[in-house]
Design a protein. Structure first.
Lengths: 250, 772
């Protein structure tokens, strides 16, 4: 038996990658695979998770979105944020295991936990020491609960978390974020900068596609366009913004 | 104040606003003059009368222009004292003698004026008469065009050439004439007039032609200097400040002009930027500029390419049209047209298809057709010698279609990717219910394979054991222990209640474990405790209290409780922190087992009790009943493979079984991949190549969740890795490694065959060779 979640009736129109968001939710909710969303920096992993978080109401379940980068020095902050988003009676926990207890006690319906920047676990020695093998075990515990849908995002498929003396295995199904399609770029431009002419939209689209960090670059250019768009000077403006982006992200 | 109304740059009226406009047309756009004349439908006499009327407008224009140029010419000679600064040999002796007697500019100018004015008048009259003659004979168009040209040319020629020929040598006079006229007209006028009109070629042409025609001193200097200077000034002005625009360029004004060499690049660029405007310009050229049809055809292709490109995003096949004309070097080959029709038909068919797998198939055809179209337009143009000389015809216009089709291919591929994902998501062939890593839950009933042997074994143990029983459910990782426990309630029926506690990442200490165990028990029995349980400090004491609590509540029901503790090894490090207390803790379990029957404990994990030391588990659970969760047998494997309603090629399930030896997680992963392939491809029939594809995607990857776990977790040290390598390479295993070998054999990863060893699952061996 499969859970009854009608993806087709959900509104994906505000998503940067509507079709891929559907695939993501299909894997997570219908096929019930715990996921590791992978993709290079700037490809739009964070945006996808944010898009899903925005659909919380229509999904009819709490959606927790946490970025490990924000909490890598603050383990308790991570737990607090998770607890608050899950609306647990008390948000104060010192151990993940305690939070899991509270979660099991309080929450019997479905919930979704999205953890971004999972690679942080492997990349910094200065992380809060409590991000250890127990933490990974707790994630494994989470994913084995049938009512909890866990998805983590990282640059590469993070099956092994290597701590100082031990390796922990996190068995998540890899879902690689695909390239941003032209139609999606076009829709995003129309959504955020409807004033842009068709010709300028095409120019913006061309300046973004095929580049690394497509989503990040698009976001940067759209913010610039929103603030400074001048139809008469657009081609010059675009070049200036691209140079600025490249300087910032060199 | 009236609002300013923008004039349509492509407006082409043929009724002049005034006679002066008509004269302007005569100078710039012969075709428009001709169309106007034709539209009047005049008879012979009326046309001549109209000509005469306009000719009278011309006379003062030509006269004043000639006079001014003539004054400038003689003024230049007088001012520069030309005869004195040039070699004497080129002047008439008589002229030089008279000239040397003249003291200043006024006298020199007066001398030149009086000697040549008569000839100027004669020339003017002659020129105008010739123009009049052309008009009367040839009609309005010929008359006006001729009147302007001949009137100016002949008037000046006679005025200057014959006016000065008396005093100067003929060669010099001709030189002077062309020098002056060329220098002044071609230089000043050419810079302003010819330059603006004809551009570099004509500007330089006039300047150079005139200058070279003179071949002498001033003529050369005037011609070259004026022509080049004027041309350069114009070029600078034209290219820097007034680049040719689609809606503001010389083609819109002049009928007999061709600046292809200079303007095409910019016009092409602008056509790419604004194809709609370019289309209007193209129409203008086709309708009104018969001499510029090459340019019109070229820009038509630019426009078409650009429109194709713009239509790619929405896949608008209606935009896929070639411009329809037959112009040498620009005509679309029939083969292109035919391929385009095929392409459009394929796209329409794909878009109209509602069945997702067929849609994908047809869309793949469409992508293939696009590629063929790309091949067609990638064939290089065959250029004739004349084509190569032409600025316009030598341009490779195929490139505009190549770029456009490349864009279509790109968007079509993205679309195909979406359709494939949709096919996989909507699962037109089979629902993908296989699991790729997570343990099975009650929602996965269809892929949980009833293990009859285990069920029977468990039932026998649980129904027949009278005393307290400790079960030890052991098996490799990813073999389905947790899944089995989750399905125990279904397997065992209503006389048993399973209380499940997963220790993985879930406990922080022994008291924490006990608290969680109590919570799980309460939850299963729907017990509510008003107060938080205060644990005694000593672990063993706390366990005693807890077990007593369990027994108390369990006795009330006619049910046996199984406390299933998954990943039990996680408890050991906490017990090992205080091995004395840990030992007492395990001792309490043993003691309890001998005194009650309502509760059974089921430890679930990978490691044998004998592997956990300080406290030594095996000392306390000697009576534990081991139940090994192994792989699926052949029939069970086939059942799992057959869950998805696919049509496997004969022998494939057997091959999958041989590769996996019934390893449930491997079969689930392989089948997951296969169902995806089936859904993506819209096919039910599965071949070996599909299995291989699935193996590559799901199994033969660095971290497949099964083999890598064996490699990095089960093989705990270098010796284990060496043992596995030795087994794979069929090398003898050193005596000191035998114990580790035995452990892997007991775990079931290695099997003994005669005097040899091998990895039980062939996939493990292949993976190991590739990634270990």
């Amino acid at each position: 038996m499969r859970p009854h979640i009608e993806l087709e009736i959900l509104d994906f129109s505000a998503c940067l990658r509507p079709a891929f968001a559907k695939t993501f939710l299909n894997e997570l909710l219908i096929r019930r695979n715990s996921l590791n969303l992978t993709g290079d920096t700037g490809q739009g992993k964070s945006r996808l998770l944010e898009d899903v978080k925005r659909m919380e109401t229509s999904l009819g379940m709490p959606v927790v979105l946490l970025n490990l980068k924000d909490f890598r020095l603050d383990y308790e902050g991570f737990l607090r944020s998770m607890a608050m988003q899950l609306r647990l009676p008390s948000p104060y926990f010192q151990r993940f295991e305690d939070l899991l207890d509270a979660l099991h006690a309080a929450l019997h319906d479905n919930c979704m936990i999205l953890i971004n920047s999972l690679e942080v676990l492997n990349e910094y020695n200065s992380n809060d020491r409590r991000y250890d093998a127990h933490f990974v075990s707790s994630l494994n515990n989470l994913k084995n609960q049938s009512h909890i849908h866990l998805a983590c995002a990282s640059r590469i498929w993070l099956k092994k978390v290597v701590f100082q003396n031990e390796t922990s295995i996190l068995d998540l199904y890899q879902l690689e974020i695909r390239d941003l399609h032209d139609k999606e770029i076009e829709a995003e431009i129309r959504r955020y900068c409807p004033a842009l002419t068709a010709m300028h939209r095409a120019a913006l689209r061309q300046s973004v596609r095929d580049c690394a960090q497509t989503a990040q670059r698009l976001d940067f250019l759209l913010r610039k366009a929103l603030a400074h768009y001048d139809p008469k000077k657009f081609s010059t403006q675009l070049n200036t913004w691209i140079t600025a982006y490249e300087a910032e992200n060199r | 104040m009236k609002p300013k109304i923008d004039k349509d740059p492509f407006e082409y009226h043929i009724v002049p606003g005034s006679n002066w406009e008509l004269i302007w047309w005569a100078a710039t756009d012969e075709l428009r003059l001709e169309r106007y004349t034709n539209s009047l439908n005049l008879n012979f006499l009326r046309e001549r009368l109209l000509f005469l009327k306009l000719f009278l407008y011309l006379v003062p224009v030509v006269t004043v222009t000639c006079f001014l140029l003539w004054i400038l010419g003689i003024g230049f000679i007088a001012l520069t004292d030309l005869p004195a600064i040039t070699p004497a040999s080129i002047w008439e002796t008589r002229f030089l003698e008279q000239w040397q007697e003249l003291a200043n500019f006024e006298t020199k100018f007066g001398y030149l004026f009086t000697t040549s004015v008569g000839d100027l008048v004669f020339g003017l009259v002659f020129g105008l008469v010739v123009g009049l003659f052309f008009g009367l004979v040839g009609g309005l168009v010929v008359g006006l065009v001729g009147g302007l040209g001949v009137g100016l040319g002949v008037g000046l020629f006679f005025g200057l050439v014959f006016g000065l020929v008396d005093g100067l040598g003929f060669g010099l006079v001709v030189g002077l004439f062309f020098g002056l006229v060329g220098g002044l007209v071609g230089g000043l006028g050419g810079g302003l007039f010819f330059g603006l009109v004809f551009g570099l070629v004509d500007g330089l042409g006039v300047g150079l032609g005139v200058g070279l025609g003179v071949g002498l001193g001033v003529g050369l200097v005037g011609g070259l200097g004026g022509g080049l200077g004027g041309g350069v000034v114009w070029l600078y002005y034209y290219f820097k400040n007034l680049p040719p625009k689609l809606d503001d360029n010389v083609y819109l004004v002049f009928g007999r002009i061709d600046v292809s060499l200079l303007a095409e690049k910019r016009l092409i660029q602008q056509s790419r930027e604004n194809p709609d405007l370019a289309a209007r310009f193209v129409r203008f050229l086709f309708e009104n500029r018969p001499r510029n049809h090459n340019l019109a055809a070229l820009l038509s292709h630019v426009v078409a390419g650009r429109r194709w490109e713009a239509a790619a995003l929405e896949m608008e096949e209606k935009a896929l049209e070639f411009p329809d004309f037959e112009i040498n070097g620009f005509t679309i080959p029939d083969s292109w047209q035919k391929q385009l029709e095929r392409l459009k038909k394929t796209l329409i068919a794909a878009e109209q298809q509602t069945q997702i797998s067929l849609k994908k198939e047809q869309f793949e055809d469409f992508v293939q057709e696009l590629k063929k179209m790309h091949d067609y337009v990638s064939v290089a143009q065959s250029l004739t010698f004349r084509d190569r000389l032409s600025a316009t015809r030598r341009i490779d216009w195929h490139i505009y279609y190549r770029e456009a089709i490349a864009e279509w291919v790109r968007i079509a591929r993205q679309q195909l990717q979406e359709i494939t994902a949709e096919a996989e998501r909507t699962e037109p062939i089979a629902a993908n219910i296989y699991k790729t890593g997570d343990s099975l839950t009650d929602l996965d009933e269809r892929v949980f394979i009833d293990r009859l042997d285990l069920k029977n074994e468990l039932s026998q143990v649980l129904y027949t054991t009278k005393g307290f029983s400790v079960l030890f459910l052991r098996g490799q990782r990813r073999v389905g222990k947790t899944s089995l426990v989750k399905f125990l309630p279904l397997l065992l029926g209503k006389r048993f209640t399973v209380i499940y506690l997963d220790l993985q990442g879930n406990i922080t200490s022994v008291p924490d474990f006990l608290r969680k165990l109590r919570t799980a028990f309460n939850k299963a029995l729907a017990l509510k405790e008003e107060e938080v349980w205060e644990l005694p400090e000593h672990w063993s004491e706390a366990l005693q209290v807890l077990l007593h609590y369990f027994a108390q509540h369990a006795a009330a029901e006619n049910v046996r409780y199984i406390l299933a503790i998954d990943e039990y090894e996680e408890l050991h490090p906490h017990l090992a922190k205080n091995s004395e207390q840990g030992a007492a803790f395990l001792g309490t379990f043993r003691h309890f087992s001998q005194h009650q029957t309502a509760i059974s404990f089921m430890w679930i994990g990978l490691k044998f009790f004998s592997e956990l030391k300080n406290p030594n588990w095996n000392e306390y659970f000697v009576n534990a009943i081991p139940i090994t969760v192994g792989y699926l047998n052949r029939a069970e494997s086939f059942k799992l493979i057959g869950v998805a309603p696919l049509d496997y090629e004969a022998g494939l399930p057997e091959k999958i079984f041989e590769l996996t030896q019934g390893h449930p997680a491997l079969i689930q992963k392989i089948c997951y991949g296969i169902v995806n392939i089936a859904n993506e491809g819209g096919k039910r029939h599965i071949t070996w190549s599909d299995v291989e594809q699935s193996l590559d995607k799901m199994i033969y990857i660095t971290n497949n969740g099964v083999c890598d776990v064996f490699h990095s977790q089960t093989c705990e040290n270098e010796v284990d890795l060496d043992v596995v390598w030795s087994v794979i390479k069929k090398q003898p295993i050193p005596q000191e490694h035998r114990q580790r070998l035995r452990r892997l054999i007991e775990y079931g990863f290695i099997v003994e065959e005669a005097e040899n060893y091998r990895l039980q699952v062939p996939i493990f061996e292949t993976w190991w060779k590739k990634f270990a």
